[in-house]
Design a protein around this ligand. Sequence first.
Ligand code: NAD
Length: 258
Amino acid sequence: MGIVEKMRLDGKKGFVTGAARGIGKCTAMAFAEAGADIAVVDMDIEEAKRTAEEIAAATGVKAIAIRCDVTDEAQVQAMVDQVVAELGGLDFCHANAGICINAPADEMTYAQWKKNLSVNLDSVFLTDTIAGKYMLAHGGGSIINTASMSAHIVNVPQPQCAYNASKAGVIQLTKSLAIEWAKRNVRVNSISPGYIGTDLTLSSPTLKPLIEKWNAMAPMGRLGKPEELASICVYLAGDTSTFTTGADFGLDGAFTCF
Ligand code: NAD
């Protein structure tokens, strides 16, 4: 089998969290286009159902929607169990759900800090370890986490210390799991997108007005698109990336190069 053919995901089964919309929706669609059966996991079950129907209609794979709050251990366990039961296994997952709380550090409440860390970092620990335990016991798998360029730089002008700290944590968690599981055939990698045009940025009353300022700082002068991130995730889920683990992929149009 040639290398490009080997990149396909036919017969594989996986899930994406935060997949009802945005980056997660786009990677779920790309996994399905590559042939994988897919679970669209999100708190917003109505939107997740619409996304799963769209993916199934466009690609012909099995696509299911699962309601899950990724900060709740019991819900994550039940979600992984449902993926295995309904899709017939679990070969890869993309822990992607996240939120951004913007507040100056001296005004941020401890509750806001904990909320951002819980959704962005604790959830990745839960998703990766619960999915990972299944993969370790069933021959292996590939885990992809969504970090951010905010793990590497401090975004300006908006204050977002909790978001930045949470995403830096995602990268170190990714590397730690990659080392622990390197000899057991479970690979763990992360992606670090720059500013991407999704509801998180385009519909946020605090972030949307900043887009012109970000574009003025961006070497490419524009936001990225979700579809500009998806192919690396297909690569990571598949069998041509078997020597790739513990890596973080910067997908930011050179924003972090200076
Ligand atoms: P989005 O807001 O468009 O979509 C996020 C999805 O996650 C939503 O469908 C939401 O319902 C779901 N979600 C939120 N909390 C959840 C929870 N507790 N349990 C389950 N689902 C939950 O965001 P996006 O722009 O697509 O971002 C996806 C990921 O990419 C996030 O981790 C984000 O931090 C990261 N990211 C985004 C950008 C960007 O500029 N958009 C840049 C870098 C990294």
